[in-house]
Design a protein around this ligand. Structure first.
Ligand code: XMP
Length: 319
């Protein structure tokens, strides 16, 4: 792709001009955006870059193994794997407000990055895979008054005490362009085609308070749902699909017994850039199969519903 080859070269020049011979750390989330950011910066400045993968305890099933595996196998990039799940989950205990949850998570990521920067003798820059839609949505809602819809945790600058500058080479790009750039940079197709995953992770897919138990239940349901989507050959037709664990228990019957367990909502949308989205029109046989498997296989869920809200008026994530 000619235009992406050109963008790549310009971005590399810009990164070199900004960074010089100083050091950069980059948070890897496992998503396409941060992965492309890391590979691009690595191409520009090589070993001046250290990547940090933070296991926040809010990741999907097998996420950490997949991400760390990919970066260690395919790329010769310095990568630190930090297990911070205890810190994240205890800080979120009892927190139910969506914006508060996002702020806590964003703050903790900054703390971890700061610690890790100190470990390598200091870094001058923090790299982030911020995209154009992230910038817009955190500032205002298109066409309307200036209102924050959600505080995307990778936007909004750094605390002043942090002596670090941001490097955000994807700030002008939309998702499809980032994917094209990823292919241009040689990221495997399976990785470039991954559904987006939000920085605050599963915490914003457990509306209300979170707990380890709830996160475990959600992780299992989500894995089954995505497994069924892959088996049905629908993964690439969908922009994003995930399970949400509702803070509601309902009565059910299984065998001869009464159950009283959580409700799981399934979400799937099509979209071009995440700014607007339509709910995905599954056929009922698919939904029935996914729901039956979740209820049979996941202890803690006895009812499944499908979200038929588009964006607007809904957002893609529930919080
Ligand atoms: P919403 O829910 O606002 O989501 O319709 C739009 C897209 O952005 C993702 N998302 C995030 N990505 N940090 C991110 O990197 C965040 O804090 C964040 N919140 C939402 C969401 O998954 C969807 O793809």
């Amino acid at each position: 792709d000619w235009s992406m080859a050109q963008f790549r070269q310009q971005a590399i020049d810009k990164i070199r001009a900004q960074v010089g011979d100083r050091k950069v750390i980059c948070g890897l989330s496992g998503g396409v955006d941060s992965s492309v950011t890391a590979v691009l910066i690595h191409e520009a400045i090589g070993d001046q870059l250290t990547c940090i993968y933070v296991d926040s305890g809010l990741m999907r099933q097998n996420e950490s193994e997949q991400v760390v595996g990919l970066f260690r196998e395919h790329f010769n990039i310095k990568l630190v794997h930090v297990d911070a799940s205890e810190i994240f989950i205890s800080a979120l205990e009892g927190q139910t407000d969506p914006e508060r949850k996002r702020k806590i998570i964003g703050g903790l990521f900054i703390d971890v990055f700061e610690d890790e920067a100190n470990q390598i003798g200091g870094a001058d820059f923090l790299a982030q895979g911020t995209l154009y839609p992230d910038v817009i949505e955190s500032v205002s809602f298109t066409g309307g008054p200036s209102v924050t819809i959600k505080s995307h945790h990778n936007v909004g600058g750094l605390p002043e005490r942090m002596n670090m500058e941001l490097v955000e080479p994807l700030r002008e790009l939309f998702k499809d362009e980032v994917r094209a750039l990823g292919r241009e940079l040689g990221l495997p197709d399976s990785f470039v085609g991954r559904h987006p995953f939000p920085g605050p992770g599963l915490a914003i897919r457990c509306p209300g308070g979170i707990s380890r138990e709830k996160l475990d239940i959600l992780r299992q349901a989500d894995a089954i749902y995505l497994d069924e989507i892959r088996k049905a050959g629908l993964y690439d037709a969908i922009w994003q699909a995930f399970a949400v664990l509702l803070p509601v228990q309902t009565v059910g019957v299984m065998g001869d017994g009464r159950t009283y367990e959580f409700v799981c909502a399934l979400r799937a949308v099509t979209s071009v850039d995440g700014m607007t989205a339509d709910f995905y029109h599954f056929d009922m046989d698919f939904l029935s199969k996914a729901a039956t498997r979740i209820i049979n296989e996941v202890k803690g869920i006895n009812r499944v519903v499908y979200d038929v809200t588009s964006k607007p008026p809904g957002t893609i994530e529930w919080e």
